[in-house]
Design a protein around this ligand. Structure first.
Ligand code: SF4
Length: 371
């Protein structure tokens, strides 16, 4: 029986995250892009007392309202000295055993996940481990001074899976040396590992990092927002097609980063997740249109029918997808209808709920299910 994955019970409740930032703690070196102290917005190192007090403070009298999860973020948790790990985990584990919280998770490095480290996490009820992988290209990992190889990622994920952990992988598209070749290879290698979820954070250049020096010296050019969207959309689509959940795209927005404080360059965009999803829809439409055209089929009128909840994603922000497609296929008549609208009903004579979750593309007399 996989006792860890049983912790996903009650996920129908809202998620109540109890985060503890452990900036840079446990890291044997300094990655060129990382300034954990700044990203963590000044989060102090958690102590044992903090953990207990913070759990109580977060939960208050809402124990049964949420699925409460303690998360140790920010550093390389399993690379911390063992006694420090124990002192942080003990109060969380006690809360887990007492039924005060539902789960514990941590983030860490792939080379700090040997059998000994995993056994410790397991003994204290940690159910989910997020691994900073960043890339599966060894040249990129070396240039980023990660201090581990892609082979160590494979070993770490496999060991965690054997022990029944939920495994997350964090990727950082756009590191020095990244190109489409390395990106595709990373997508393929990560998908083969079948993690439970992935986070995609296009590289930002933060002050007081080696990457910031490289930008100033002209040795590194960060991704533009458009490039970051394209890379991220490719990764997201690739994983989702393989039933791997992408839980986030883009760095978490903070007031400090929103104000550009500490940001030297890179594709900082608070709406990155939305832009990526919109771009995925554009690519799906293009794929169908290109296949239809390549088959030599007639193409005079195109109609897109979509459910209301997908309106902004399908049409694109500021109707960017609509404009782009109308330009690319200017010989066609384009129509965009929300399901259930009067026009859609009149045109398709369908009931409002008939295609409730689907986006449909009609090209002349041909009907395509877009996803
Ligand atoms: S291992 Fe993680 S926390 Fe440590 S320096 Fe590298 S990116 Fe930062």
């Amino acid at each position: 029986m996989n006792q860890h994955k049983n912790n996903s019970i009650a996920k129908d409740k809202p998620h109540g995250l109890i985060p503890f930032y452990i900036p840079h703690a446990g890291c044997p070196q300094q990655c060129v892009f990382c300034n954990q102290h700044r990203i963590a917005a000044g989060g102090a190192r958690a102590s044992q007392v903090d953990v207990k007090a913070t759990i109580d403070e977060y939960i208050g009298n809402e124990r049964h309202e949420k699925y409460w999860e303690v998360a140790f973020y920010g550093g390389s948790f399993s690379a911390l000295p063992e006694d420090l790990q124990r002192s942080l985990l003990e109060p969380a584990y006690e809360a887990l055993q007492n039924g005060e919280i539902d789960a514990i998770r941590c983030s860490t490095r792939p080379d700090a996940l040997g059998e000994t480290e995993i056994a410790l996490l397991k003994a204290y009820g940690v159910a989910t481990v997020e691994i900073g992988v960043q890339s599966m290209d060894d040249t990129i990992l070396t240039r980023a001074k990660r201090g581990h190889s892609s082979a160590e990622v494979v070993g770490a994920v496999q060991r965690l899976q054997e022990h029944g952990f939920t495994v997350g992988i964090q990727l950082l598209p756009g590191l020095p040396g990244e190109n489409w070749h390395t990106l595709v290879n990373t997508a393929v290698a990560v998908a083969e590992l079948m993690p439970d979820f992935v986070r995609i954070y296009p590289v930002l250049v933060i002050e007081d990092t080696e990457l910031a020096d490289d930008v100033r010296a002209g040795r590194y050019t960060p991704l533009t927002v458009a490039e970051a969207v394209t890379y991220s959309a490719f990764l997201k689509e690739y994983f989702e097609e393989r039933h791997i959940t992408v839980i986030r795209t883009g760095l978490q927005s903070t007031p400090e980063l929103d104000a550009g404080i500490g940001l030297v360059g890179g594709p900082y965009e608070p709406a990155m997740g939305e832009l990526v999803t919109n771009y995925q829809w554009l690519q799906r439409f293009l794929k169908i249109l290109q296949a239809h055209s390549a088959a030599g089929l007639p193409m005079h009128s195109v109609t897109v029918l979509y459910p209301r909840q997908l309106t902004s994603k399908v049409r694109g922000e500021k109707q960017r997808n609509m404009k782009y497609l109308a330009e690319c296929y200017a010989d066609c008549t384009w129509q965009w209808y929300e399901q259930g609208s009067k026009k859609a009903k009149a045109m398709f004579e369908i009931k409002t709920n008939k295609f409730s979750d689907n986006v449909l593309l009609f090209i002349d007399n041909f009907r395509y299910n877009v996803i």
